[in-house]
Write a protein that binds this ligand. Structure first.
Ligand SMILES: Cc1ncc(COP(=O)(O)O)c(C=O)c1O
Length: 478
């Protein structure tokens, strides 16, 4: 068979038999973190278009996208044509140039815009194509900063337990998710993990202030134990996604982390791949929680995921130090870093976000989302142990043994409940959200919808969750 024939055969299937697409994907597409059952027996949804907060499968069935793609479609699905015009114009003018000793308008203007939005002296932007790549760049920038200052012993990093920072080797090493990292060990040398800010299952009666004191005490003791002069940076998400919408226990948690970094000469990196560009109702989660990092890593929302783009925003001090050092440059490069078409899409995305007041929308509606989800939690108190989060990023933690705050193995273990009852109920309801079983064995249901969600959309989202929880508990007999 020639290439031409093969192409025609596939396109015939694309146009004539839409359901053939799932089989084509199962046969040829290697999917992200996708279990074998999806390639074999399970139904594989094929989404073909989107509108506002919804996507539609090839059979025309609508799903409410309670996850904004993957925490990234800030604008929802309605602005593709407008962003597309900017993309087309850029493709016509200059489809590609590098940022290797040259610049072009989209990268320069986008870097300027990001510097304007970012807190404090974070004025320098290195572009990448996604979140993991951004964290790789931050790792190397932190190392090079310390080497340049004559502190080359600072090679280690501290991250938080259960956190996710990407899948490339450096970023994966930062991960506190044991299952993601352990089969690929040995990884990058010298990453240790401190407790995250999860309060559910902290000792009964412990106040938020006591949790913060415990966490800061533990962090300082880890720094001292590792040897403060061996640590390059601490990396934390302002709101930790993995583990389920983990927020700082008190407003002084992050300032406390900042103070420890200053005390011991350690850089603070905020991984804002999810929290950046509005998810918490501020442009950046670090500003939202009142702390100043030395670097922010970003991706996802910068272009509402309409194009792949990420990067590191670094302080003037870091970049000046590196540029004034013996090498005279940041020793890192990516062919597609600052791709003009992706930067043009991001500039248009930010313009639309400002014009439509998208970040303000999150700030305004976040309390209403909290109320509506709290109603769902109380309607399903038999299985909801905790509801937490901030902005448009919320998580239900499900338990059956409320005293132990755990999902009991009997009569139905967590895996069977999720696979056999909850996931089918969500699919039946037409709701996309993230369901995971956390490191402690409890199911987590996460919602992180498009930031253009309205009050009516929130009502719909809450209604769909209620419907899915009702159906799942009924079929499971809980
Ligand atoms: C906080 C955080 N950092 C980094 C990443 C990795 O981003 P990417 O998948 O674009 O490499 C993710 C992905 O979800 C993330 O949530």
């Amino acid at each position: 068979m020639t290439m031409q024939q093969e192409f025609s055969d596939v396109s015939a299937q694309l146009t004539n038999t839409p359901s053939g697409l799932a089989e084509i994907a199962k046969r040829h597409l290697v999917m992200n973190f996708t279990p074998a059952s999806k390639y074999r027996d399970d139904e594989l949804p094929v989404f073909v278009r989107g509108e506002h907060c919804s996507v539609f499968d090839e059979n025309g069935r609508r799903f409410f996208d309670g996850l904004a793609g993957l925490f990234c479609v800030q604008l929802g699905y309605t602005h593709g044509a407008e962003v597309g015009d900017a993309v087309r114009d850029q493709l016509a003018a200059l489809p590609f140039q590098t940022t290797w000793s040259v610049a072009h308008p989209p990268a320069a203007l986008l870097a300027q815009k990001i510097a304007e939005l970012a807190p404090g002296d974070l004025n320098r932007v290195f572009f990448a194509s996604g979140g993991g790549e951004s964290n790789e760049a931050a790792i190397k920038l932190a190392r090079q900063f310390h080497i340049t200052r004559g502190e080359g012993t600072r090679t280690k990093f501290i991250a938080r337990r259960v956190a996710y920072h990407g899948t490339s080797f450096g970023a994966m090493s930062l991960n506190g998710m044991t299952d993601v990292r352990k089969m690929f060990e040995p990884l990058m040398h010298g990453v240790s993990h401190t407790h995250n800010t999860k309060r559910y299952r902290r000792p009964e009666g412990e106040t938020a202030e006591q949790t913060t004191a415990f966490l800061l005490g533990e962090l300082e003791s880890l720094i001292v134990q590792e040897g403060a002069d061996t640590i390059a940076a601490i990396i934390m998400e302002p709101l930790q996604n993995a583990g389920g919408s983990l927020t700082p226990p008190t407003p002084d948690y992050f300032p406390g982390v900042r103070a420890l970094c200053d005390k011991y000469g350690i850089l603070l990196i905020a991984d804002e791949v999810i929290t950046g560009y509005g998810r918490l109702g501020s442009w950046f989660g670090s500003a939202h929680y009142g702390f100043q990092p030395d670097m922010i890593t970003f991706a996802k929302g910068i272009a509402s995921a309409y194009m792949p783009l990420g990067g590191v925003i670094a302080s003037d001090r870091i970049i000046e130090t590196v540029l004034d050092g013996p090498l005279g440059m940041f020793n890192h490069a990516l062919t597609y870093g600052g791709h003009p078409v992706a930067c043009a899409a991001a500039l248009k995305n930010l313009e639309i976000m400002e014009r439509e007041g998208v970040v303000e929308n999150v700030a305004e509606l976040s309390p209403y989302l909290g109320e509506k989800l709290a109603e769902v939690a109380s309607q399903h108190a038999t299985i909801v142990g905790d509801l937490r989060g901030d902005g448009f990023h919320r998580t239900f933690e499900l338990v059956t043994d409320h005293a132990a705050k755990r999902w009991a193995e009997t009569p139905l273990n967590a895996g069977d409940f999720v696979g056999g009852h909850l996931n089918p109920a969500l699919a039946q309801a037409g709701l996309l959200c993230r369901v995971a079983i956390d490191a402690e064995g409890n199911p987590l249901v996460q919602v992180s919808p498009p930031l253009v969600m309205t009050r009516a959309d929130i009502d719909e989202l809450a209604g769909l969750l209620d419907q899915a929880f009702t159906a799942a508990t009924a079929s499971a007999g809980l």
